[in-house]
Design a protein around this ligand. Structure first.
Ligand SMILES: Nc1ncnc2c1ncn2[C@@H]1O[C@H](COP(=O)(O)OP(=O)(O)OP(=O)(O)O)[C@@H](O)[C@H]1O
Length: 535
């Protein structure tokens, strides 16, 4: 691998402390914060990351004798630009076969084109096994390698609205769907909570792009339209009386939270029944009528301490539940369409299941019901992965959750997530042992539970809001100053990758290549002039 084959574009002037060098770079070299450059000290090659840079000019003093008579003339531009250089501070993030810091006089070169076969050498790896290519290191054509064996250490994808998260997640999903192993394309099985229908095309028109998958399904909460669509039904017997009582009462009261008296009353009634009867009791007209009668009878029994007014409120909460969840969404079934068996089929066929919460696929669904569904999926996933692991068969599954702040919120985010929080914390803390990889995608990392944030070990940071910088810095164990400054102004399509999956082992700026097929999805915004000029 000839990392030093390009012409020099700069020279090291000073050797600083802590692996830092100061260099002068050619005027015509476009540089960006976080960009990587080769530093060549005779035979010793290192990789440097630009931590800061500034343009300096011999003539810049505005009051200099030379400048004043020229100001306003056209010659000033060429005169100034001929005297301009870039002064850059670089930190050395990788050394090839040596351990010294480059000395003054070392040459600076741009990253050369390198063959795929040289990539393991570039990253100091024995071979490619277990790695996939991802994007290009900024300012070069060299792909970053991602380590699939660290995927179960969980992943965070964060960025403000329009910063490119969905496109990146689609690109990642595409890469996780065509992993070349020997002569075959394989895929990591994926369960995906699709907040806005941004992955719907992968389940029909673009399903052929996911070459390693032999099973693709989109779960919807209306009649299926496309061949891979399936109506989602869930099995309520996986929930405790407490969970269901809280869910039903908070359906009525919304995110402001349920009513403790009503929850307690309903919990009491439900706990008189076997959990396996919950689908009948709550999912059928007869069951619901029976339940209402039991509530009435319990209210008339003074010893129990529940009164008629609480009973009436529960009856109305149950009516709302019946209208929304049972009649409209038809969500409850003892013969659920998504079960542990489905996960086994997914595993065997390296499948993709998306749960589409967009207005088109799940009209009228509210956040509390989305939480019930995410909680249900988390439970079957946990049960499935622990059972298979204890039976001696290792499985892997990636669980991707968009708008993660709605399911695992921090204390200062105004969403009540009793149904999802505990099970997602369990998945985050224990899931890795059982082969689970949690991907949390969010516009606002500051609103994700701090404990769960601390369980993520690989990060993809897009442009983020100022308010999130502090959380991002603490969650990721810190970024170098150059990259932390860039966080709020990254162009769409650029991402800072940090953490265990990155073969660079140091935070790095990556450009995600544009592919028109990956770029046509519900949430992508077409250019106004293109749409207006189309027929
Ligand atoms: N790598 C890229 N290169 C060029 N354009 C991109 C790239 N990534 C995203 N875009 C464009 O930027 C726009 C926003 O991207 P995207 O939908 O991924 O943002 P987002 O962060 O998911 O936004 P939101 O949070 O609102 O869903 C899209 O129109 C997309 O086509």
């Amino acid at each position: 691998m000839d990392l030093d084959k390009n012409e020099p574009v700069g020279i090291v002037l000073q050797k600083g402390q802590n692996n830092a060098v100061r260099a002068i770079l050619a005027q015509n070299l476009d540089v960006s914060m976080g960009q990587l450059l080769v530093v060549q000290d005779h035979e010793k090659i290192s990789l440097g990351r630009i931590e800061s840079f500034e343009y300096i000019n011999n003539f810049f003093a505005e009051d200099s004798e030379l400048i004043r008579p020229l100001s306003g003339s056209s010659e000033i531009y060429s005169l100034l630009s001929s005297g301009t250089v870039t002064r850059a501070d670089l930190s050395i993030i990788r050394r090839y076969g040596h351990s010294s810091t480059p000395k003054p006089g070392s040459l600076i070169k741009t990253l050369p084109e390198i063959n795929d076969s040289d990539l393991p050498d570039f990253y100091g790896l024995p071979d490619f096994n277990g790695y996939i290519k991802y994007g290009r290191l900024a300012g070069s054509n060299i792909p970053l390698l991602l380590d699939l064996n660290s995927i179960t250490m969980h992943v965070g994808i964060f960025g403000e609205t329009g910063s490119g998260k969905s496109y990146n997640m689609r690109y990642l999903l595409y890469n996780l769907s065509s992993i070349r192993i020997g002569e075959k394309d394989e895929a990591i099985p994926v369960m995906l909570i699709d907040a806005n229908g941004d992955y719907a095309d992968f389940t029909y028109t673009n399903s052929n792009m996911l070459t390693g998958r032999r099973w693709i399904k989109r779960y919807v909460l209306r009649d299926p339209v496309f061949p891979n669509d399936q109506r989602l039904t869930i099995d309520l017997s996986l929930f405790s009386p407490r969970d269901l009582a809280e869910f039903i009462t908070s359906l009525k009261y919304g995110q402001s939270g349920g009513n403790a008296l009503q929850s307690n009353f309903l919990e009491y009634i439900l706990s008189l029944h076997d959990q396996k009867d919950f689908n009948f009791l709550l999912g059928t007209p007869t069951g619901l009528d029976n339940l209402k009668q039991e509530i009435n009878e319990a209210a008339s029994n003074k010893e129990l301490g529940f009164n008629y007014s609480t009973s009436r409120s529960i009856q109305s909460a149950l009516e709302i539940f019946r209208n929304k969840v049972v009649n409209k969404l038809a969500l409850v079934s003892s013969n659920a369409s998504l079960t542990e068996n489905t996960l086994e089929v997914m595993w065997r066929s390296r499948g993709l299941a998306t749960v589409d919460f967009s207005a088109d696929a799940s009209p009228g669904i509210d956040i509390t019901t989305k939480q019930l569904i995410v909680s249900y999926i988390s439970r079957i996933t946990y049960n499935y992965l622990t059972r298979t692991k204890y039976n001696g068969s290792q499985r892997f599954l990636a669980f991707i959750i968009e708008e993660a702040q709605n399911y695992i919120p921090s204390n200062d985010y105004p969403v009540n997530a009793n149904l999802t929080k505990d099970i997602l914390v369990t998945l985050a803390t224990q899931g890795r042992k059982f082969g689970l990889s949690l991907f949390l995608v969010s516009q606002r990392p500051a609103f994700i539970d701090k404990y769960v944030l601390s369980m993520l070990n690989t990060f993809f940071f897009h442009r983020i809001y100022h308010e999130d910088v502090r959380y991002v810095m603490s969650a990721s164990g810190g970024l170098p100053e150059s990259l932390s400054h860039a966080l709020t102004s990254l162009d769409t399509g650029y991402v800072i990758v940090n953490g265990l999956m990155s073969a660079m082992r140091s935070p790095v700026l990556v450009k995600i290549p544009w592919d028109a097929r990956l770029g046509s999805y519900a949430g992508s915004v077409e250019r106004v002039e293109r749409v207006l000029s189309a027929d």
